[in-house]
Design a protein around this ligand. Structure first.
Ligand SMILES: [Fe+2]
Length: 205
């Protein structure tokens, strides 16, 4: 018995996908403008930054930076002391002292940036480690948790110490004709002296 193949089954081929030739041959990617010639190998020398010349001698800038670094160290120590006392104060004056310390450490935190950036503008790195601050500061760190009244006493001392550090630098800055630093020191003195008075008033019955 022979098997019959139907014509359709044997002759119909599956359609073969034929590649369609694009009507227009895509142009080879060519640069629109041909470079005129190969750039010549040139020796590039980085332009050297000129030395700082703001009208204050390097020796004076160095002296001012030393004083501002001491002020930054005192300011940071004072900032941390105030924030520490904000966290740990206890007793009947809790609410008023907690809030008073918050206002003071916030102001102090913002001042740190101004002092450090003035040091940078004078051309030197600003100290920024606890190790350097401990070495440079005139304020000793407080250990343990003092009573609320002692916290206020410590802060009076730290505010006035920071004022002394700022004031000590003023004649140097004045002689060097460094107005931005005079302005910064004057503002810091105003804040420290006013804050010391307010803190003293808490205890002065
Ligand atoms: Fe807080």
């Amino acid at each position: 018995m022979t098997t019959k193949k139907t014509k359709a089954a044997s002759t119909v081929k599956a359609p073969v996908a034929k590649a369609v030739k694009p009507a227009v041959k895509p142009a080879a990617a060519k640069p629109a403008v041909k470079p005129a010639s190969k750039p010549a190998a040139t020796k590039t020398v980085a332009a050297k930054l000129p030395a700082i010349d703001i009208g204050i001698s390097e020796a004076d800038r160095k002296k001012i930076v030393a004083g501002l670094s001491a002020l930054l160290a005192d300011s940071y120590t004072l900032y941390l002391m105030t924030h520490n006392f904000h966290w740990n104060v206890k007793g009947p004056q809790f609410n008023s002292l907690h809030l008073m310390f918050m206002g003071q450490y916030t102001e102090q935190w913002n001042a740190l940036d101004l002092i450090a950036e003035r040091i940078r503008a004078l051309g030197y790195p600003a100290p920024g480690t606890y190790k350097e601050f401990v070495k440079l500061a005139s304020i000793a760190e407080v250990e343990g948790v003092p009573s609320a009244d002692d916290m206020v006493r410590y802060l009076v001392g730290a505010q006035e110490a920071t004022a002394r550090t700022a004031r000590k630098l003023l004649p140097v800055v004045d002689a060097a004709n460094d107005q931005p630093t005079i302005d910064l020191l004057t503002q810091r003195l105003d804040v420290h002296e006013k804050t010391a008075w307010m803190l003293r008033s808490v205890l002065d019955n």
